[in-house]
Design a protein around this ligand. Structure first.
Ligand code: ZN
Length: 262
């Protein structure tokens, strides 16, 4: 195809460069760098096609021919470069956004904008990938483990159990929601997967829910470690008080959005 994809007088049709819309024609063209004006001059782009004509190539040819005929292009106007963005004008932010064009968006991206100390966000990042060293993971690596959940001592300790299904944890979630006057962080529903539930809290626009979800999960993990490694434990009430104190510390450290609104 003789129509250059970047030297164009008008934005590309349907938002796509011609070479992407008609790749067979582009491949068949001998003059791939011609400007639109040169290509349209005396229909030169037709004579630049070479090679065997397949049925698909013929269909593409007819389609492009119709597009070209429908365009009112003034050969006196110089071609211009257009940046691939809605405005057609280059900006640093549009160049940054272009890097992620077509890439899959991970739910983990919701963690980093939330307000929380970096160590807590890093812990959440591991938790959402089920990479914290709960008993099930230790078992998989044949490492020493206590098998049972350190909080309720009833079930195999998995991330889903420890942070969502465990009755002890659920009581902490419920009472923390009451203590912090914030029902949005109540325990996940029984049929919710722990991790998708946590992601939904982080992904929302509620900054307070995102921070407090990280805080409660982090303190549950610390309580679990206190029991496993230090052989000490807090009661549910003790941990709920600790979470409230920690929330106040986060406020003093700059998390003003955590200030209680009565
Ligand atoms: Zn448990």
């Amino acid at each position: 195809m003789a129509v250059s994809t970047i030297m164009m007088q008008k934005p590309s049709w349907a938002g796509e460069p011609l070479r992407r819309q008609w790749p067979l024609l582009f491949e068949a063209s001998r003059r791939k760098n011609k400007t639109v004006a040169d290509a349209l001059d005396d229909d030169h782009w037709l004579t630049d096609l070479r090679g065997r004509v397949s049925p698909q190539l013929l269909l593409d040819f007819v389609a492009l021919r119709q597009v070209v005929r429908g365009c009112n292009i003034d050969p006196q106007v110089e071609d211009i470069f257009r940046w691939k963005s809605a405005s057609g004008v280059y900006s640093a932010s549009s160049a940054y956004a272009l890097q992620f064009d077509g890439s899959a968006k991970s739910p983990l991206r919701h963690i980093w904008p939330a307000w929380a100390p970096p160590k807590c966000k890093f812990f959440m990042w591991l938790l959402l990938q089920r990479r914290v060293f709960t008993a099930d993971r230790l078992l998989r690596f044949r490492m020493p483990n206590q098998y049972f959940c350190a909080l309720c001592r009833r079930n195999l300790e998995t991330p889903a159990h420890l942070f969502a299904e465990c009755p002890w944890s659920r009581e902490v979630w419920e009472r923390s929601a009451f203590s912090l006057s914030y029902p949005a962080i109540r325990a996940p529903d029984a049929d919710d997967l722990a991790l998708s539930w946590a992601v939904s809290k982080l992904a929302g626009t509620d900054r307070r829910a995102a921070s407090l979800t990280i805080l409660v999960a982090w303190e549950l993990w610390r309580e679990r470690n206190r029991r496993v490694f230090c052989n000490k434990e807090l009661s549910v009430s003790g941990l709920v008080h600790l979470i409230a104190d920690e929330a106040n510390s986060w406020v003093l450290a700059g998390a003003r959005h955590l200030v209680r609104r009565e």
